[in-house]
Design a protein around this ligand. Structure first.
Ligand code: UN1
Length: 499
């Protein structure tokens, strides 16, 4: 593909391209081999102010565009994503690092969301309901809210922006978008395609730069009514506090410490495949990654041996080569953090079964590669079993019943995804009821959410909202209840009880 190379990019505000007002820039480089991807504006609060003003001005017109027409823009966007799928995927494997098959999946998720939310243009259902009074009609309708601040991570650099921006747009809001500084070019391409699809100037604005400057300014700006963030728990708490004075709507999708339970009656080979995919896919850099495996004692040893073999068979390398199983992690800081957890696990007394080292040689030394890592004999309270590592590391925990397994699975602060491998329908249904997570899989790993069901989690994974599915519409709309009295009399609800 024609990689855009070391080109310089600008912000896009009110339909105009512009540099950061300070003139500062930053560079995006490939985690696979250090290649330069492009140079981007390092924006500050003034740039955010300009973008919010543009989004605020555009809102007055966009909110009045009929929702089916807004939906048509999303259909065109979906078609453009289909046309550009290969180019975007090739760019993603370079800028973000994930292997090409997964990059295609990331773009596909945005395509699915474009068509799903495009269809919402002709639904956005409200309710009608009878009145307690005669000759009176009543309904509830969804109304847009205003300017939405969209702050996205680097791990799903096309899918996650689509989860946030597409519902926001079809509902009639306008957007100021801050993509992750590790994946600015993918954010840039996303907005270019939205513009090509017919999103009018000012309706989507992109401001590049760091969380401390751009993110914070967005969260604090009085004219930004909604903030949607996918990021760490710590950032989520900061955002919530900063947004509290303005009583903003805040949607947070934060961390995970997801467990796969493997019961003694499970299909072990299937479980091994599910765990390998969920723990090491995207180099473990998914909020939904399986960073714990809770295995019944009767199958623990066999499962551990099979998992180690499976992990050791995985080939590390640049994502754009078809036979690569595990790509790089996002940057040096991530590599160091992941490795520090290997040290923590060893110090805590967990048994390192495989991996645990930074991979080098064979063309790997220019990038950030970490060997798939499995700890055995992990106590559920150890830090490697409690804290989000966001890398290719998983922890095996031994239990002796389904109740103990569910207790261990739930014994973390996060509640995003969970899974159980069992052939016993009773155990499966108990797990479906008792696992305290927003997503539960039966006989599949912890990853693989589809766009038309709610995505998000319980406890510290968020603040009660969901993205994707119908639930996403609640983040980007207000309910308005409308009462129409056609009796020609003043009728009093709750007072005129005899009608
Ligand atoms: C994330 O982990 O940040 O279910 C998003 C999945 C993907 C989305 C993951 N469809 O793993």
């Amino acid at each position: 593909m024609a990689l855009l190379g070391a080109k310089t990019f600008q912000n896009y505000i009110g339909g105009e391209r512009m540099d950061a007002s300070s003139g500062g820039t930053f560079e995006s480089t490939s985690p696979a081999n250090g290649d330069s991807i492009g140079t981007f504006p390092l924006s500050k609060a003034e740039d955010v102010d300009q973008a919010v003003a543009a989004a605020e001005a555009a809102y007055e017109e966009w909110r009045l565009v009929p929702a089916p027409k807004r939906g048509e823009v999303l259909f065109r966007f979906g078609q453009l994503l289909i046309d550009q799928k290969e180019d975007l995927s090739q760019l993603m494997t370079r800028e973000m690092g994930k292997v090409i098959a997964e990059a295609r999946g990331d773009v596909q998720e945005a395509i699915d969301m474009a068509f799903y939310m495009g269809g919402e243009g002709r639904r956005l259902f409200g309710q009608t309901t009878p009145s307690e009074l005669r000759d009176k009609f009543q309904m509830s309708v969804r109304t847009p809210i205003g300017v939405v601040g969209v702050i996205t991570p680097w791990n799903f650099p096309v899918a996650i922006p689509s989860w946030k921006m597409l519902p926001a747009l079809v509902c009639g809001n306008t957007v100021v978008f801050k993509p992750a500084t590790d994946t600015p070019l993918l954010g840039e391409r996303f907005v270019e395609l939205l513009t090509e699809a017919g999103v009018p100037p000012g309706v989507v604005n992109i401001v590049h730069g760091g969380g401390g400057a751009v993110g914070e300014a967005l969260v604090r700006h009085p004219d930004v009514r909604v903030i949607t963030l996918t990021g760490s728990r710590e950032t989520g708490v900061q955002v919530l506090k900063a947004a509290a004075d303005g009583l903003k709507h805040v949607h947070l999708e934060l961390g995970g410490k997801n467990a796969i339970i493997v019961m003694d009656d499970a299909d072990l080979d299937l479980a091994v495949e599910g765990i390998t995919w969920s723990a090491f896919g995207t180099s473990g850099q998914r909020c939904t990654a399986a960073s714990r495996v809770i295995a019944h004692a009767a199958v623990y040893d066999e499962l551990a041996a099979k998992l180690v073999r499976s992990a050791e068979r995985m080939r590390l390398g640049v994502g754009w080569e078809d036979d690569t199983d595990v790509g790089p992690v996002i940057n040096r800081r991530a590599l160091e953090k992941i490795h520090s957890y290997t040290e923590i696990g060893k110090d805590e007394g967990a048994k390192l079964l495989t991996g645990g080292e930074i991979a080098s040689g064979d063309g790997l030394s220019d990038g950030f590669y970490y060997r798939p890592t499995i700890f055995g004999d992990v106590d559920p309270e150890m830090r490697v079993a409690q804290e989000e590592i966001f890398g290719p590391t998983t922890a095996l925990i031994r239990v002796s019943s389904v109740e103990e397994a569910v207790r261990a699975a739930n014994g973390v602060k996060y509640g995003l995804s969970s899974s159980i491998f069992t052939r016993d329908v009773n155990k499966a249904f108990r797990a479906m009821r008792d696992l305290d997570t927003g997503i539960t899989y039966i006989n599949a790993g912890t990853i693989g959410a589809e766009v038309h069901l709610p995505f998000g989690g319980t406890k510290d994974t968020g603040n009660g909202h969901r993205e994707a599915g119908q639930a996403a519409l609640d983040v980007f709309t207000e309910w308005k209840s409308i009462y129409v009295d056609y009796s020609g009399r003043l009728q009093k609800a709750q007072i005129d009880t005899s009608s």
